[in-house]
Ligand binder design. Structure first.
Ligand code: ZN
Length: 81
């Protein structure tokens, strides 16, 4: 079992996909990249959602979020006032 299923880890230094590296285990707190030797910290603080990677997450963060927030609030206002 992975600690962080559905999370892809990338090397902060060279950008290699750490999940694909031999022996990768996200239970470790530090993973040394086999490509460049950089020690990446594996913790939930380092997880960020990549745009377009997850269904339901707007691919264009800024615009879509602002638009949907405005629409949601606008709907509430129309409903309650
Ligand atoms: Zn690397």
């Amino acid at each position: 079992m992975l600690r962080f299923p559905n999370v892809t880890w990338w090397c902060d230094s060279c950008g290699a996909n750490l999940n694909c590296q031999e022996g990768f285990d996200d239970h470790k707190y530090v993973w040394k990249c086999t490509e460049c030797g950089y020690k990446n910290s594996i913790s939930k603080d380092n997880i960020f959602v990549e745009q377009g990677n997850y269904p339901g997450v707007p691919s264009d963060d800024d615009d879509s979020c602002d638009d949907s927030d405005g629409g949601f609030l606008g709907g509430l206002f129309r409903r309650f006032f």
